[in-house]
Write a new protein. Sequence first.
Length: 303
Amino acid sequence: MLDVRRLALLAAVVDTGSMTAAAEQLGYTPSAVSQQLRRLEVEAGQPLLHRQARGVRPTEAGAVLAGHARHVLRRLSAAEADLAELAGLRRGTIAVGVFPTVASALLPLVVSRFRRQYPDLRLDVRSTRFDELVELLENGTVGIALLWDYAWNRVDVADISLTPLLDDPTVLIVAADHRLARKRFTTMSELADEEWIVRAHDHPVAEVLERSCRAAGFTPKIAFEANDYQEAQAMVSVGLGVALAPRTAVRNPHPDVRVLALGADVPARRVLLAHRQDRLRAPAELAMHQLLVDVAREYQTRP
């Protein structure tokens, strides 16, 4: 492999016609230039310069190699410029993984601000379930991902660094004509006689319901198992029962339901920002990380 620094010296000597002029241009001494070019000739296996009383001129091999050197140096300069643009957040792509409820509540605020601040960066958002988000992180498809957990089942994935973003409180959804609909706050003890709509397929909010009811001294009567929060809200709106949900899941509630706070007695979930510890993080990814932290802090204080 030819030494790039020696190639740069050769190109400068050929272009200036003088080792002294090339040395001045590149900040070397003439003897250092001469020494390095002799080493380059050894690497090349043939003479590269005709040394004359007044200056030097390239051999045929020297002229060919100087041409290649100029091309290499132009490509290196282009590479440095590309890296400078990436470091300056003027180009590049940032891939983010999210889960659906946060994708519909918090993320639009982040994306809007990100596009205003970094209009030349491309944003690739993947919305999927927890296990797939972890897989996307581990295989490098996304650089950062939003995850969630509850106190009894904390996220613990090898080589994944976690930054808590916000606490997402559990709220109660009731029909607009429900006896509690005009209240802003209630407790689980007031809900012992209610029928419940719950997420199906062992969804975490079903465990939240079980734990919360048990702590309040009753067993919930399940009226319907919903596949998503939109379906749950629709069933609540027609009086089939009441439901629990994370606040982010009902940021845009069904028009015929009301959302009540439940307080600290009902478990909240943590929303977490995750990235792999062993990856070198690009400037665009670091910018998105900080933006998520800032927007989450503001979101947490919204009514």
